[in-house]
Design a protein around this ligand. Sequence first.
Ligand SMILES: [Zn+2]
Length: 522
Amino acid sequence: MINNLYPDLVLLNGNIYTINSTMGKARALAIKGDKVINIGESYEIERCIGHYTKIFDLEGKTVLPGFIDCHTHFTISCSGFHIDLYSVASKEEALSLINTKIKEISNEKWVIGEHWDAYRWQKEEAITKEELDALLPDNPAILVNLDLHEGIVNSKGLEVLKLPRDIPIFDESNGIVREKALENALRGIDKSADLKVVKERIETLINEAVKMGVTSIQVMSDLDEKDLKAYAALLKEGKLKVRVYLMPYIHQLGHLLKLGLTPGFGNEWITIGAVKIIADGDIASQTAAMSSPYPNSTGYKGALRYSREDLKKKIIEAHRAGLQLAIHAIGDRAIDLVQEGIEDALTLYPLKEHRHRIEHFELANPNQMDKAARLGIIASMQPCLLARSYVYEKSLGEGWGKRNNLLKQVADKGITIVFGSDIDPACAMSSPLYGIHWAVNTPNPRQRLGVEEAIKSYTSKAAFASFEEDLKGTIEPGKLADLVILSDNPFEQQDRIKEIKVLMTIVGGKPRFINENFKLEH
Ligand SMILES: [Zn+2]
């Protein structure tokens, strides 16, 4: 019985950043169950070690609170055979990789090529439907770009999907699907997947996330029956290594409200979160709604998903129902409308702790930043995009490579910035250390954040964005033992943070990932 008083696990001789400003740093900590129960010097923590306490000697390694990725896409394309095209440098390489990989699949399975970034290729050439048909005459296939706003479907895929012809931005002749048409296509693919496949895919993604030091993940999700069942089954089987905050889309609002599923429903592992609305497109596809036309266009300013009135109505309806909003807005014209909607909602139904979020906020101007600060809007941003300044240069024109995602300016206005990856964890770009690296080393020196600020946006502030700041985001007694142990100290290696390795990820007091090169004496 007496052993029950002792910690289950202690970490000694570490370099622990609590990310709690009053606590600062510590050398050791003790974990009991899924919580941190004590932090301090190693000799202090050693005193409470019991007979059955597990001891990890960290030999000076850096410990941070586990990372919280505030914006991921997890369950789209949960079915099928996935090919990661992130690292290919040309169309030829992409086609040859697909050609090699497809030898492993059986017939009639969806082939999903992901994360291709034609902007980065030496020659910016899109893969055509015909080229895809030649490789995959019998399998339905889709290639989805890194920005998740454009895809190419092969002939077999179009035949299976039977996409309605009246969706804008869908061209059957070349198989290109953008925005809403892409969403329809992905939903169509997911519908065909059975629970087992969805579960396996989510498990794969979770395993990738935990390798990157992610302990909580906020997922834009369609929240259909298969999704919920898959998450619940993984939790039951002890395979849900990462905590999930599921953010359903607005079109599911009526259904959720009928069921009484409002944000906060769930437990420490699976929670129903904010409601997602998409206001515009993105930069790479030139669909973000801008106040001035895209260069080389005949006055085209991008696309809004809803009319001003419709958007406002949706925002007010969700706000009135007591829901947190997470609204995708990239272009300044979209940001304007979203803020107008939130302001009207708050005027009609005042609420201090609404924590409404604008997802991306990439091209906010100074007036919009002032307004966001005044309304208490959270800026949910993706620092990994700062590695892709070429996208802004090519799409918006010269100079824009340094005029996007103005992190320092947003922070200086007093806006809470939280970080996410906007991609699934199977893509290398989704690593929080990669994101922190670019927040600290953005190409525009005047917009750089300090290391601690950048880490906070992936930890303590990220927890605030999901109303979970009392539960996680800092290392302190009483909070969940969600931690990451790093190979090097990002505070001392500012210009090479992206090369730092995750050695161990602890979620709920248990190691869920251990790097094969990390040897622990215990
Ligand atoms: Zn997104």
